[in-house]
Design a protein around this ligand. Structure first.
Ligand code: E4P
Ligand code: PEP
Length: 378
């Protein structure tokens, strides 16, 4: 590690070269700290998935697979806050959503967005796991515990959950609770994330890249379907060589790009054409948020309605839809929890609850119309 002898210590912690420069050292010169992380198996044992929730995860993964393959003619709906920053508000949202979708289950296969890892365009709050107190103290151990507690709590309301996976080792701590995973728009081309997806136990959506290019997402699905060998950690937290079997349940997600949106029927047709060329199933998910709505929650609701119209007209390539929704509409700057508006996003602007409820009903109606359109055409 360092030049000669024992590395210097302060308060029982090994000091990094950045804290105690050693002119002879060539290593870790810009690392300012290492803190041991709880082993994944230990966190899972401390906050276990109960039998009922494990059944929910298994069955909902199977349901999502059915919708993605087209065997199940419902619409997959991944809906919830852009990010979770307040476990209490996340719980209230989950309870409301769980009640609201009960009568719509024949038409919608709903998974709640419970996102803890936020990829940033430049700088910004990186989510509850990375900085649970939103104040730069980065208590990651606490963040992991809080995240897992929220996941178990949402499952207890009867709702399956969706997460984006960003840190390559974080799934070891939480993925057993997750029904649908996302590889976000900043990472579909990343080999690390493609390898990661190849070992995940749930269906995974690869987003198109931030420039709007859909091909990296298609290549991501293809790559993740294969087996891989890469660096990771095991349940004890030991650095490991990880081997995976490959994930056959990957699909693309259209989320718009710098050049504009890609949710319209001509964009869907183009994307399905690319899937044909890649000899992949003609099924995709559309995210109504992000560059499909310019991160404007009012526009997002209009985009959801335009996608619902395509579904109602019989577009069978649209397997699912993503929507960012929370209790209060809009967004606010992250900050100390007690200063924030309850139930409002601290990342992207979200559709508020009353509009969300209306959209759920409209989407279910669109699915019923699609069923009818398909029957009539047959
Ligand atoms: O979904 C959330 C955001 O779109 C994503 O984290 C990027 O946010 P940023 O562009 O504000 O950094
Ligand atoms: C970051 C997200 O989306 P995207 O990767 O499409 O920007 C998200 O859904 O939280």
């Amino acid at each position: 590690m360092r030049g000669q002898g024992r590395p210097p210590e302060r308060d029982g912690k090994i000091m990094s070269p950045a804290e105690s420069p050693d002119p002879a050292s060539t290593n870790d010169l810009r690392i300012t700290g290492f803190q041991p992380l709880i082993p994944p198996g230990e966190l899972r044992a401390a906050l276990p998935l109960d039998v009922e929730s494990a059944r929910l995860v298994r069955e909902s993964r199977q349901a999502v697979r059915g919708v993605l393959s087209g065997e199940d003619d419902r619409l997959l709906l991944v809906v919830g806050p852009c990010s979770v920053h307040d476990p209490v508000a996340a719980h209230e949202y989950a309870q409301r959503l769980s009640e609201a979708i009960a009568p719509l289950r024949d038409d919608l296969c709903v998974v709640m967005r419970v996102y803890f890892e936020k990829p940033r365009t430049k700088l910004g709050w990186k989510g509850l796991i990375n900085d649970p107190d939103m104040d730069g103290t980065h208590d990651v151990q606490r963040g992991l515990r809080m995240a897992r507690t929220v996941l178990l709590d949402v499952l207890a309301t009867g709702l399956p959950v969706a997460c984006e996976f960003l840190e390559p080792t974080s799934p070891q701590y939480i993925a057993d609770t997750v029904t649908w995973g996302a590889i976000g728009a900043r990472t579909p081309e990343s080999q690390v994330h493609r390898q990661l997806a190849s070992g995940l136990s749930m269906p995974v959506g690869f987003k198109n890249a931030t420039d709007g290019d859909v091909q990296p997402a298609i290549d991501g699905c293809y790559t993740a379907a294969g087996s891989h060998v890469f660096f990771g950690i095991d349940d004890e937290g030991r650095g490991s060589i990880v081997s995976t079997a490959g994930n056959p349940d990957c699909h693309i997600v259209l989320r718009g790009g710098r050049g504009g949106p890609n949710y319209r029927s001509e964009d869907v047709r183009d994307a399905l054409g690319l899937l044909d060329k890649a000899e992949m199933p003609r099924r995709l998910v559309i995210d109504a948020s992000h560059d499909n709505s310019g991160k404007d929650h009012i526009r997002q609701a209009a985009v959801v309605r335009e996608i619902a119209e395509q579904v109602a007209r019989g577009e069978s390539g649209i397997a699912g839809l993503m929507m960012e929704s929370f209790l209060a509409e809009g967004r606010q700057q992250p900050g100390p929890r007690e200063t924030l508006t309850y139930g409002q996003s601290v990342t992207d602007a979200c559709i508020g609850w009353p509009e969300t409820e209306r959209l759920l009903g409209e989407l279910a109606a669109a699915v019923r119309s699609r069923r009818e359109a398909v029957r009539t055409a047959a």
